[in-house]
Design a protein around this ligand. Sequence first.
Ligand code: ADP
Ligand code: ASP
Ligand code: MG
Length: 453
Amino acid sequence: MRVLKFGGSSLRDADGMRRVGQIVKSCGPGAIVVISAVQGVTDSLVSFMSRVRSEEEVQAFVSELRNRHMAILNEVAEDEAVRRAAAEQLNERAVRLERILYGITYLEEITPRTKDLVQSFGERMSVVLLAAHLNCIDVKAVPMDADRIGIVTDGTFGSAMADLEASKPAALRLREPVERGEVPVVTGFFGRGPHGFVTLFGRNGTDYSAAVVASITSAGSLEIWKDVDGFMSADPRIVPDAVPIERLSYDEAAELSYFGAKVLHPRTVEPVRASGTVIRLLNVFRPEAPGTFIGPEGDAAQGLIKSISCMSGMAMIKAYGGGLGSKTGVMVDVSGQLSAAGVNIFSAATSQTCISLLVDGRDLDRAEAALSRVGHSVGRVEMSRGLSLLCLVGEGLAGREAVASKVLGAVAGLGVNVSMISAGASTAALQFTVADEDLVRTVRTVHEGFFGG
Ligand code: ADP
Ligand code: ASP
Ligand code: MG
Protein backbone atom coordinates (compact mmCIF):
# COMPACT_ATOMS: atom_id res chain seq x y z
CA MET A 1 0.00 0.00 0.00
CA ARG A 2 1.19 3.53 -0.86
CA VAL A 3 -0.28 6.72 0.50
CA LEU A 4 -0.04 9.82 -1.71
CA LYS A 5 -0.79 13.30 -0.40
CA PHE A 6 -1.50 16.34 -2.56
CA GLY A 7 -1.98 19.81 -1.07
CA GLY A 8 -3.76 22.95 -2.15
CA SER A 9 -0.65 24.23 -3.92
CA SER A 10 -0.89 21.24 -6.30
CA LEU A 11 -4.67 21.56 -6.62
CA ARG A 12 -4.94 25.14 -7.77
CA ASP A 13 -6.97 24.62 -10.92
CA ALA A 14 -7.88 22.16 -13.67
CA ASP A 15 -4.24 21.84 -14.81
CA GLY A 16 -3.21 21.00 -11.25
CA MET A 17 -5.94 18.33 -11.02
CA ARG A 18 -4.78 16.79 -14.30
CA ARG A 19 -1.15 16.76 -13.15
CA VAL A 20 -2.18 15.02 -9.92
CA GLY A 21 -4.38 12.62 -11.91
CA GLN A 22 -1.41 11.51 -14.04
CA ILE A 23 0.75 10.90 -10.95
CA VAL A 24 -1.97 8.76 -9.34
CA LYS A 25 -2.52 6.90 -12.59
CA SER A 26 1.17 6.10 -13.00
CA CYS A 27 1.23 4.75 -9.46
CA GLY A 28 -0.89 1.69 -10.35
CA PRO A 29 -2.99 -0.37 -7.94
CA GLY A 30 -2.73 -0.16 -4.16
CA ALA A 31 -2.76 3.62 -3.77
CA ILE A 32 -4.66 5.67 -1.22
CA VAL A 33 -4.83 9.41 -1.94
CA VAL A 34 -5.28 12.06 0.75
CA ILE A 35 -5.88 15.64 -0.39
CA SER A 36 -6.40 19.23 0.79
CA ALA A 37 -8.93 21.77 -0.37
CA VAL A 38 -8.45 23.59 -3.66
CA GLN A 39 -5.92 26.37 -3.07
CA GLY A 40 -7.35 29.40 -1.29
CA VAL A 41 -10.63 27.72 -0.31
CA THR A 42 -9.74 27.16 3.36
CA ASP A 43 -8.52 30.77 3.58
CA SER A 44 -11.82 32.02 2.19
CA LEU A 45 -13.83 29.85 4.64
CA VAL A 46 -11.72 31.19 7.52
CA SER A 47 -12.13 34.82 6.51
CA PHE A 48 -15.86 34.41 5.87
CA MET A 49 -16.24 33.35 9.50
CA SER A 50 -14.34 36.37 10.82
CA ARG A 51 -17.76 37.84 11.69
CA VAL A 52 -21.45 36.94 11.60
CA ARG A 53 -22.76 37.41 8.04
CA SER A 54 -26.12 38.32 6.58
CA GLU A 55 -28.25 35.81 4.62
CA GLU A 56 -27.35 37.60 1.37
CA GLU A 57 -23.66 37.31 2.11
CA VAL A 58 -24.03 33.58 2.84
CA GLN A 59 -25.89 33.06 -0.41
CA ALA A 60 -23.32 34.94 -2.48
CA PHE A 61 -20.40 33.22 -0.77
CA VAL A 62 -21.69 29.68 -1.24
CA SER A 63 -22.71 30.38 -4.79
CA GLU A 64 -19.19 31.58 -5.64
CA LEU A 65 -17.64 28.56 -3.95
CA ARG A 66 -19.98 26.23 -5.82
CA ASN A 67 -19.21 27.93 -9.14
CA ARG A 68 -15.47 27.72 -8.59
CA HIS A 69 -15.65 23.97 -8.02
CA MET A 70 -18.15 23.40 -10.84
CA ALA A 71 -15.87 25.28 -13.26
CA ILE A 72 -12.96 22.97 -12.42
CA LEU A 73 -15.25 19.93 -12.60
CA ASN A 74 -16.41 20.91 -16.09
CA GLU A 75 -12.81 21.05 -17.23
CA VAL A 76 -11.54 17.85 -15.64
CA ALA A 77 -14.51 15.49 -15.98
CA GLU A 78 -15.16 14.85 -19.65
CA ASP A 79 -17.46 11.87 -19.16
CA GLU A 80 -20.98 13.25 -18.87
CA ALA A 81 -22.36 10.62 -16.48
CA VAL A 82 -19.37 11.04 -14.14
CA ARG A 83 -19.66 14.82 -14.34
CA ARG A 84 -23.37 14.79 -13.57
CA ALA A 85 -22.99 12.51 -10.56
CA ALA A 86 -20.10 14.61 -9.20
CA ALA A 87 -22.04 17.86 -9.77
CA GLU A 88 -24.87 16.42 -7.71
CA GLN A 89 -22.48 15.50 -4.90
CA LEU A 90 -20.88 18.95 -5.00
CA ASN A 91 -24.28 20.52 -4.87
CA GLU A 92 -25.36 18.45 -1.86
CA ARG A 93 -22.22 19.52 -0.04
CA ALA A 94 -22.69 23.15 -0.95
CA VAL A 95 -26.30 23.05 0.29
CA ARG A 96 -25.18 21.53 3.59
CA LEU A 97 -22.52 24.21 4.00
CA GLU A 98 -25.06 26.92 3.19
CA ARG A 99 -27.44 25.63 5.88
CA ILE A 100 -24.67 25.58 8.47
CA LEU A 101 -23.71 29.15 7.56
CA TYR A 102 -27.37 30.27 7.82
CA GLY A 103 -27.33 28.63 11.25
CA ILE A 104 -24.46 30.92 12.23
CA THR A 105 -26.37 33.89 10.84
CA TYR A 106 -29.51 33.12 12.86
CA LEU A 107 -27.72 32.20 16.08
CA GLU A 108 -25.31 35.13 15.74
CA GLU A 109 -22.66 32.91 17.19
CA ILE A 110 -19.44 31.41 15.81
CA THR A 111 -18.18 28.64 18.07
CA PRO A 112 -14.94 26.60 17.79
CA ARG A 113 -17.16 23.65 16.85
CA THR A 114 -18.87 25.39 13.94
CA LYS A 115 -15.56 26.90 12.80
CA ASP A 116 -14.04 23.44 12.43
CA LEU A 117 -17.12 22.04 10.73
CA VAL A 118 -17.30 24.90 8.21
CA GLN A 119 -13.58 24.70 7.36
CA SER A 120 -13.90 20.99 6.61
CA PHE A 121 -15.99 21.79 3.52
CA GLY A 122 -13.00 22.75 1.35
CA GLU A 123 -11.74 19.17 1.53
CA ARG A 124 -15.25 17.70 1.27
CA MET A 125 -15.59 19.43 -2.11
CA SER A 126 -12.08 18.84 -3.50
CA VAL A 127 -12.27 15.04 -3.04
CA VAL A 128 -15.37 14.96 -5.25
CA LEU A 129 -13.46 16.81 -7.99
CA LEU A 130 -10.36 14.64 -7.95
CA ALA A 131 -12.31 11.37 -7.74
CA ALA A 132 -14.42 12.47 -10.73
CA HIS A 133 -11.32 13.35 -12.73
CA LEU A 134 -9.66 10.01 -11.91
CA ASN A 135 -12.80 8.15 -13.01
CA CYS A 136 -12.57 9.96 -16.34
CA ILE A 137 -8.96 8.88 -16.96
CA ASP A 138 -9.59 5.18 -16.32
CA VAL A 139 -8.64 5.17 -12.67
CA LYS A 140 -11.58 3.98 -10.59
CA ALA A 141 -11.81 6.26 -7.58
CA VAL A 142 -14.15 6.97 -4.71
CA PRO A 143 -14.30 10.12 -2.54
CA MET A 144 -14.26 9.48 1.23
CA ASP A 145 -14.78 11.83 4.18
CA ALA A 146 -12.32 11.24 7.03
CA ASP A 147 -14.93 11.74 9.76
CA ARG A 148 -17.29 9.22 8.18
CA ILE A 149 -14.69 6.50 7.71
CA GLY A 150 -13.59 6.92 11.33
CA ILE A 151 -10.40 8.95 11.54
CA VAL A 152 -10.72 9.71 15.25
CA THR A 153 -9.10 12.66 17.01
CA ASP A 154 -8.57 13.70 20.62
CA GLY A 155 -11.42 16.19 20.17
CA THR A 156 -9.44 19.45 20.46
CA PHE A 157 -11.08 21.98 18.14
CA GLY A 158 -8.68 23.78 15.82
CA SER A 159 -5.58 21.70 16.58
CA ALA A 160 -6.50 18.11 17.29
CA MET A 161 -4.21 15.11 17.43
CA ALA A 162 -5.25 11.80 15.92
CA ASP A 163 -6.10 8.83 18.10
CA LEU A 164 -4.32 6.14 16.08
CA GLU A 165 -5.74 3.23 18.07
CA ALA A 166 -9.32 4.44 17.76
CA SER A 167 -8.77 5.16 14.05
CA LYS A 168 -7.68 1.58 13.23
CA PRO A 169 -11.15 0.47 12.00
CA ALA A 170 -10.88 3.19 9.32
CA ALA A 171 -8.11 1.10 7.75
CA LEU A 172 -10.66 -1.60 6.92
CA ARG A 173 -12.93 0.95 5.26
CA LEU A 174 -9.99 2.18 3.20
CA ARG A 175 -8.89 -1.32 2.22
CA GLU A 176 -12.33 -2.30 0.88
CA PRO A 177 -12.16 -0.03 -2.20
CA VAL A 178 -8.46 -0.79 -2.68
CA GLU A 179 -9.27 -4.50 -2.85
CA ARG A 180 -11.96 -3.75 -5.45
CA GLY A 181 -9.30 -1.96 -7.51
CA GLU A 182 -10.51 1.53 -6.59
CA VAL A 183 -8.49 4.46 -5.29
CA PRO A 184 -9.92 6.03 -2.12
CA VAL A 185 -9.61 9.83 -2.31
CA VAL A 186 -9.74 10.89 1.32
CA THR A 187 -10.27 14.33 2.84
CA GLY A 188 -7.25 15.62 4.77
CA PHE A 189 -7.26 18.28 7.52
CA PHE A 190 -9.88 16.85 9.89
CA GLY A 191 -11.31 13.88 11.72
CA ARG A 192 -14.07 13.18 14.21
CA GLY A 193 -13.58 13.77 17.94
CA PRO A 194 -14.73 11.31 20.62
CA HIS A 195 -17.69 13.70 21.08
CA GLY A 196 -18.65 12.98 17.47
CA PHE A 197 -17.88 16.46 16.12
CA VAL A 198 -15.50 17.46 13.35
CA THR A 199 -12.10 18.58 14.62
CA LEU A 200 -9.27 20.05 12.55
CA PHE A 201 -5.59 19.09 12.68
CA GLY A 202 -4.59 22.75 12.28
CA ARG A 203 -3.62 24.64 9.13
CA ASN A 204 -1.65 22.52 6.68
CA GLY A 205 -3.05 19.50 8.51
CA THR A 206 -3.38 17.29 5.43
CA ASP A 207 0.31 16.29 5.66
CA TYR A 208 -0.52 14.93 9.11
CA SER A 209 -3.78 13.29 7.91
CA ALA A 210 -1.80 11.45 5.25
CA ALA A 211 0.69 10.25 7.88
CA VAL A 212 -2.22 9.02 10.02
CA VAL A 213 -3.67 7.11 7.05
CA ALA A 214 -0.20 5.67 6.25
CA SER A 215 0.21 4.57 9.85
CA ILE A 216 -3.17 2.87 10.32
CA THR A 217 -2.96 1.08 6.95
CA SER A 218 0.71 0.09 7.60
CA ALA A 219 1.61 1.60 4.23
CA GLY A 220 5.10 0.92 2.92
CA SER A 221 5.61 4.55 1.99
CA LEU A 222 4.07 7.97 2.27
CA GLU A 223 4.58 10.31 -0.68
CA ILE A 224 3.94 13.95 0.05
CA TRP A 225 3.71 15.81 -3.24
CA LYS A 226 4.50 19.55 -3.24
CA ASP A 227 5.26 22.33 -5.70
CA VAL A 228 8.99 22.33 -4.81
CA ASP A 229 11.85 19.85 -5.25
CA GLY A 230 11.56 18.59 -1.68
CA PHE A 231 12.57 19.86 1.72
CA MET A 232 14.95 22.72 0.92
CA SER A 233 17.88 24.16 2.83
CA ALA A 234 15.66 27.21 3.58
CA ASP A 235 12.27 28.58 2.58
CA PRO A 236 12.81 29.26 -1.15
CA ARG A 237 10.61 32.35 -0.88
CA ILE A 238 13.20 33.87 1.49
CA VAL A 239 16.36 32.31 0.07
CA PRO A 240 16.12 31.91 -3.71
CA ASP A 241 19.39 29.91 -3.71
CA ALA A 242 17.99 27.25 -1.38
CA VAL A 243 18.83 23.68 -2.44
CA PRO A 244 16.83 20.47 -1.96
CA ILE A 245 17.92 18.14 0.84
CA GLU A 246 18.40 14.51 -0.16
CA ARG A 247 17.76 12.91 3.19
CA LEU A 248 16.49 13.91 6.62
CA SER A 249 15.93 11.93 9.80
CA TYR A 250 12.48 11.98 11.41
CA ASP A 251 13.94 14.21 14.16
CA GLU A 252 15.42 16.70 11.72
CA ALA A 253 12.15 16.96 9.78
CA ALA A 254 10.17 17.32 13.01
CA GLU A 255 12.46 20.10 14.34
CA LEU A 256 12.42 22.02 11.06
CA SER A 257 8.67 21.94 10.71
CA TYR A 258 8.06 22.69 14.39
CA PHE A 259 10.27 25.76 14.05
CA GLY A 260 8.51 27.17 11.03
CA ALA A 261 9.37 25.26 7.84
CA LYS A 262 5.94 25.65 6.29
CA VAL A 263 6.51 22.83 3.85
CA LEU A 264 5.41 20.13 6.33
CA HIS A 265 2.87 20.08 9.16
CA PRO A 266 4.89 19.88 12.42
CA ARG A 267 3.36 16.59 13.59
CA THR A 268 3.65 14.70 10.30
CA VAL A 269 6.45 12.36 11.39
CA GLU A 270 4.77 11.31 14.66
CA PRO A 271 2.32 8.71 13.29
CA VAL A 272 4.84 7.13 10.90
CA ARG A 273 7.84 7.05 13.22
CA ALA A 274 6.57 4.03 15.18
CA SER A 275 5.80 2.00 12.07
CA GLY A 276 9.05 3.08 10.38
CA THR A 277 7.14 4.18 7.26
CA VAL A 278 9.42 6.33 5.14
CA ILE A 279 8.26 9.68 3.80
CA ARG A 280 9.22 11.04 0.41
CA LEU A 281 8.69 14.69 -0.44
CA LEU A 282 8.26 15.00 -4.20
CA ASN A 283 7.55 17.68 -6.78
CA VAL A 284 4.37 17.48 -8.89
CA PHE A 285 6.09 19.58 -11.56
CA ARG A 286 9.13 17.27 -11.71
CA PRO A 287 7.99 13.77 -10.67
CA GLU A 288 11.33 12.36 -11.86
CA ALA A 289 13.34 14.49 -9.37
CA PRO A 290 14.63 12.52 -6.35
CA GLY A 291 12.97 14.76 -3.75
CA THR A 292 13.68 14.36 -0.03
CA PHE A 293 13.72 11.04 1.79
CA ILE A 294 12.69 11.18 5.47
CA GLY A 295 13.35 8.07 7.55
CA PRO A 296 14.78 6.83 10.86
CA GLU A 297 18.34 7.74 9.86
CA GLY A 298 19.64 11.07 8.57
CA ASP A 299 22.67 11.44 6.39
CA ALA A 300 25.86 12.51 8.15
CA ALA A 301 27.67 12.88 4.82
CA GLN A 302 25.46 15.82 3.88
CA GLY A 303 27.15 18.30 6.19
CA LEU A 304 26.23 19.29 9.67
CA ILE A 305 23.48 21.74 8.83
CA LYS A 306 20.64 20.45 6.71
CA SER A 307 18.31 23.40 6.73
CA ILE A 308 17.39 26.71 8.30
CA SER A 309 13.81 27.43 9.30
CA CYS A 310 12.31 30.54 10.81
CA MET A 311 9.20 32.02 12.38
CA SER A 312 8.41 35.71 12.57
CA GLY A 313 5.93 37.52 14.81
CA MET A 314 7.22 35.95 18.01
CA ALA A 315 7.27 37.65 21.41
CA MET A 316 9.54 37.45 24.44
CA ILE A 317 8.21 37.44 27.98
CA LYS A 318 10.61 38.18 30.81
CA ALA A 319 9.28 37.54 34.31
CA TYR A 320 11.46 38.92 37.11
CA GLY A 321 11.49 37.94 40.79
CA GLY A 322 14.15 37.49 43.47
CA GLY A 323 15.48 33.92 43.62
CA LEU A 324 13.13 32.71 40.89
CA GLY A 325 15.75 30.34 39.50
CA SER A 326 16.27 28.48 42.74
CA LYS A 327 12.63 28.15 43.80
CA THR A 328 11.42 24.67 43.07
CA GLY A 329 8.27 24.34 41.01
CA VAL A 330 8.28 27.83 39.48
CA MET A 331 8.83 26.60 35.92
CA VAL A 332 6.24 23.87 36.40
CA ASP A 333 3.72 26.45 37.57
CA VAL A 334 4.55 28.92 34.78
CA SER A 335 4.42 26.32 32.02
CA GLY A 336 1.28 24.75 33.54
CA GLN A 337 -0.57 28.09 33.50
CA LEU A 338 0.57 28.87 29.96
CA SER A 339 -0.36 25.44 28.68
CA ALA A 340 -3.81 25.67 30.31
CA ALA A 341 -4.26 28.95 28.41
CA GLY A 342 -3.26 27.21 25.17
CA VAL A 343 0.04 29.11 24.89
CA ASN A 344 2.96 27.20 23.38
CA ILE A 345 6.47 27.99 24.70
CA PHE A 346 9.00 27.82 21.84
CA SER A 347 12.08 28.43 23.96
CA ALA A 348 12.77 29.08 27.63
CA ALA A 349 15.72 30.18 29.75
CA THR A 350 15.96 30.79 33.49
CA SER A 351 18.39 32.63 35.72
CA GLN A 352 18.34 33.42 39.42
CA THR A 353 16.21 36.52 38.86
CA CYS A 354 14.45 36.03 35.55
CA ILE A 355 12.52 33.57 33.42
CA SER A 356 12.56 34.29 29.67
CA LEU A 357 9.98 32.68 27.44
CA LEU A 358 9.50 32.86 23.70
CA VAL A 359 5.89 32.58 22.52
CA ASP A 360 3.87 33.30 19.40
CA GLY A 361 3.10 37.05 19.38
CA ARG A 362 -0.59 36.29 18.82
CA ASP A 363 -0.67 34.51 22.20
CA LEU A 364 0.85 37.37 24.18
CA ASP A 365 -2.34 38.70 25.79
CA ARG A 366 -3.39 35.23 26.89
CA ALA A 367 0.15 34.60 28.16
CA GLU A 368 0.06 37.78 30.24
CA ALA A 369 -3.26 36.78 31.81
CA ALA A 370 -1.94 33.27 32.49
CA LEU A 371 1.21 34.60 34.19
CA SER A 372 -0.90 36.69 36.56
CA ARG A 373 -2.28 33.39 37.87
CA VAL A 374 1.17 31.97 38.73
CA GLY A 375 1.22 31.24 42.46
CA HIS A 376 4.89 32.06 43.00
CA SER A 377 6.19 35.54 43.60
CA VAL A 378 6.69 36.76 40.08
CA GLY A 379 7.28 40.49 40.16
CA ARG A 380 7.70 42.69 37.12
CA VAL A 381 6.84 41.16 33.74
CA GLU A 382 8.28 42.63 30.52
CA MET A 383 7.01 41.76 27.08
CA SER A 384 8.50 42.55 23.70
CA ARG A 385 7.02 41.79 20.33
CA GLY A 386 8.47 41.77 16.84
CA LEU A 387 10.96 38.92 17.18
CA SER A 388 11.87 36.15 14.77
CA LEU A 389 13.19 32.75 15.71
CA LEU A 390 15.78 31.14 13.45
CA CYS A 391 16.44 27.47 13.78
CA LEU A 392 19.38 25.58 12.26
CA VAL A 393 18.85 21.86 12.08
CA GLY A 394 21.21 18.91 11.63
CA GLU A 395 21.71 15.75 13.72
CA GLY A 396 24.52 16.25 16.23
CA LEU A 397 24.79 19.95 15.46
CA ALA A 398 24.28 21.15 19.01
CA GLY A 399 27.45 19.39 20.16
CA ARG A 400 29.67 21.35 17.77
CA GLU A 401 30.78 24.66 19.23
CA ALA A 402 32.30 25.61 15.88
CA VAL A 403 28.82 25.79 14.36
CA ALA A 404 27.53 28.19 16.99
CA SER A 405 30.54 30.46 16.64
CA LYS A 406 30.35 30.41 12.84
CA VAL A 407 26.66 31.34 12.96
CA LEU A 408 27.05 34.02 15.58
CA GLY A 409 30.13 35.42 13.83
CA ALA A 410 28.19 35.78 10.58
CA VAL A 411 25.27 37.40 12.36
CA ALA A 412 27.51 39.78 14.32
CA GLY A 413 29.03 40.93 11.02
CA LEU A 414 25.56 42.15 10.02
CA GLY A 415 25.25 44.26 13.15
CA VAL A 416 22.18 42.28 14.12
CA ASN A 417 21.25 41.90 17.75
CA VAL A 418 20.74 38.31 18.97
CA SER A 419 18.50 38.08 22.03
CA MET A 420 18.09 34.43 22.89
CA ILE A 421 20.26 31.46 21.94
CA SER A 422 19.47 27.86 22.68
CA ALA A 423 21.38 24.78 21.67
CA GLY A 424 20.51 22.35 24.38
CA ALA A 425 16.87 21.50 23.76
CA SER A 426 17.60 18.92 21.11
CA THR A 427 20.65 17.36 19.51
CA ALA A 428 19.32 18.42 16.17
CA ALA A 429 18.73 22.14 16.55
CA LEU A 430 20.38 25.47 17.30
CA GLN A 431 18.07 28.44 17.69
CA PHE A 432 18.35 32.16 18.19
CA THR A 433 16.16 35.24 17.89
CA VAL A 434 16.58 38.47 15.97
CA ALA A 435 14.24 41.41 15.33
CA ASP A 436 11.60 40.75 12.65
CA GLU A 437 13.09 43.41 10.39
CA ASP A 438 16.48 41.63 10.44
CA LEU A 439 15.05 38.21 9.60
CA VAL A 440 15.46 38.05 5.84
CA ARG A 441 19.06 39.29 5.70
CA THR A 442 20.04 37.10 8.66
CA VAL A 443 18.60 33.94 7.08
CA ARG A 444 20.28 34.75 3.76
CA THR A 445 23.65 35.43 5.40
CA VAL A 446 23.60 32.27 7.54
CA HIS A 447 22.48 30.23 4.52
CA GLU A 448 25.31 31.63 2.45
CA GLY A 449 27.77 30.81 5.21
CA PHE A 450 26.86 27.12 5.16
CA PHE A 451 25.64 26.45 1.64
CA GLY A 452 27.41 29.13 -0.41
CA GLY A 453 25.67 31.96 -2.28
P1 ADP B 1 0.80 22.13 0.05
O1 ADP B 1 -0.32 23.02 -0.30
O2 ADP B 1 1.13 21.14 -1.02
O3 ADP B 1 0.68 21.50 1.40
P2 ADP B 1 2.48 24.23 1.06
O4 ADP B 1 2.27 25.52 0.32
O5 ADP B 1 1.80 24.04 2.37
O6 ADP B 1 2.10 23.05 0.06
O7 ADP B 1 4.02 23.96 1.23
C1 ADP B 1 4.92 24.12 0.15
C2 ADP B 1 5.59 25.48 0.23
O8 ADP B 1 6.34 25.57 1.43
C3 ADP B 1 6.62 25.71 -0.85
O9 ADP B 1 6.02 26.22 -2.01
C4 ADP B 1 7.59 26.71 -0.22
O10 ADP B 1 7.30 28.00 -0.63
C5 ADP B 1 7.29 26.61 1.29
N1 ADP B 1 8.48 26.30 2.11
C6 ADP B 1 8.79 26.89 3.29
N2 ADP B 1 9.92 26.38 3.80
C7 ADP B 1 10.35 25.43 2.95
C8 ADP B 1 11.46 24.54 2.92
N3 ADP B 1 12.37 24.51 3.88
N4 ADP B 1 11.55 23.68 1.88
C9 ADP B 1 10.63 23.67 0.88
N5 ADP B 1 9.58 24.51 0.84
C10 ADP B 1 9.43 25.38 1.85
N1 ASP C 1 -6.83 23.04 3.57
C1 ASP C 1 -6.14 23.09 4.85
C2 ASP C 1 -5.34 24.38 4.95
O1 ASP C 1 -5.39 25.20 4.04
C3 ASP C 1 -5.30 21.89 5.13
C4 ASP C 1 -4.08 21.75 4.24
O2 ASP C 1 -3.94 22.49 3.26
O3 ASP C 1 -3.26 20.88 4.53
O4 ASP C 1 -4.72 24.62 5.94
MG1 MG D 1 0.34 22.61 3.14
